[in-house]
Design a binder for this molecule. Structure first.
Ligand code: UDP
Ligand code: MG
Length: 320
């Protein structure tokens, strides 16, 4: 069997401080795996510049000039982490036998790649990198992340617990995945839907080696909400359930009021009436918001806008 070509896909947004350090580690890993005879020497480190405003793209082009194992593509503007990863994966789809997506900040343990490639050689098509410990994350981040995975699974979206976007995918899976045309991307919830034999590899998550996280609380909550509404329509069902329950309750209340009226015990108290109206009004607004979220998603989907636009490559494209 020929040795598989591995492409390591790395999204980079304003990472000028980090890239000079981690790029060397990625290259060393490719060389190590090739020396061990596990992957082909044609393997590459593929950087995806996500419209950075600093020197990131310059650093990537310099790296590509220095060593042929480094290549890079640049998006025409910043489109977010998920779209950057997708752009890299689609670029690698026809060139690589396997891809591993990983962040460029050194938080995910590069050494887990050995086990990932082994799992692939044993016949797995998708290998999920799973954080075994989250000691380096703040208590708050760990707590919210845990709640979020539980919530996602309760909502019927299949997501591997503590897996972010560090994963190995075979080109066969990528070919099938390219038929998933949605604009609202939540990759970690979409890959399990492709199926095929998969497994998990555990690793410890480190501190970011330099720079700052691009995912502060607000953005994280946004990603969480996107995850749920992209993968599940259970919230709409829950709304229907709550609506039915409240309607039934109010129906019983009406009957009770009538009975009391005919028995000459009129029900007093407008305060209780007002509070119930306010309560139901609030519930209705929340429901409208959730429905609106889905309608917004449909709106984005039907526009069929491109999910990424590549403006530059570090190499010349032959065809075209
Ligand atoms: N990233 C990106 N586009 C963005 C934001 C982030 O490509 O708009 C990249 C970033 O360079 C990094 C990865 O996505 O390689 C994860 O980002 P970050 O480390 O800031 O997130 P965290 O690890 O804190 O969740
Ligand atoms: Mg990070």
């Amino acid at each position: 069997m020929e040795k598989p070509i591995l492409y390591i896909v790395i999204p980079c947004y304003n990472e000028e401080e980090v890239l000079p350090i981690t790029s060397g580690e990625f290259l060393a890993k490719i060389n190590e795996l090739a020396d061990l005879g596990k992957i082909s020497n044609e393997s590459r480190v593929l950087f995806v510049n996500d419209g950075s405003r600093d020197r990131t793209w310059e650093i990537i082009t310099e790296l590509a000039q220095k060593d042929e194992h480094f290549i890079g593509i640049s998006q025409s503007r910043n489109r977010g982490h998920q779209n950057a990863v997708l752009a890299g994966l689609m670029e690698a789809k026809d060139k690589a036998d396997i891809t591993i997506s990983i962040d460029c900040d050194g938080q995910d343990d590069i050494n887990a790649m050995n086990n990932m490639v082994d799992a692939y050689l044993d016949g797995c098509e998708i290998v999920y990198g799973v954080r075994s410990k989250r000691d380096t994350d703040s208590f708050f981040k760990r707590f919210t992340a845990q709640g979020f995975y539980k919530l996602l699974n309760a909502m019927g979206a299949e997501v591997v617990y503590n897996h972010a976007d560090y994963r190995l995918v075979s080109s066969r899976v990528l070919q099938e995945f390219s038929d998933f045309k949605e604009v609202n991307l939540y990759l970690r919830g979409m890959f399990p839907l492709v199926g095929f034999k998969s497994t998990s590899v555990y690793y410890e998550r480190h501190e970011r080696i330099a720079g700052e996280s691009h995912y502060p609380l607000g953005k994280m909550l946004g990603l969480a909400f996107d995850g749920i509404t992209s993968l599940s329509i259970k919230p709409i069902r829950i709304i229907t359930g709550i609506g039915t329950f409240i309607s039934l309750l109010s129906f019983l209340a009406i009957i009770w009021t009538f009975i009391m009226f005919y028995m000459k015990h009129s029900v007093v108290g407008w305060a209780s009436t007002i509070s119930i109206i306010c309560f139901i009004g609030g519930v209705q607004l929340i429901c409208l918001g959730v429905l609106g979220e889905y309608i917004g998603k449909i709106y984005m989907e039907v526009k069929h806008r491109p999910r990424y636009i590549i403006s530059d490559r570090t190499w010349e494209e032959k065809e075209r």
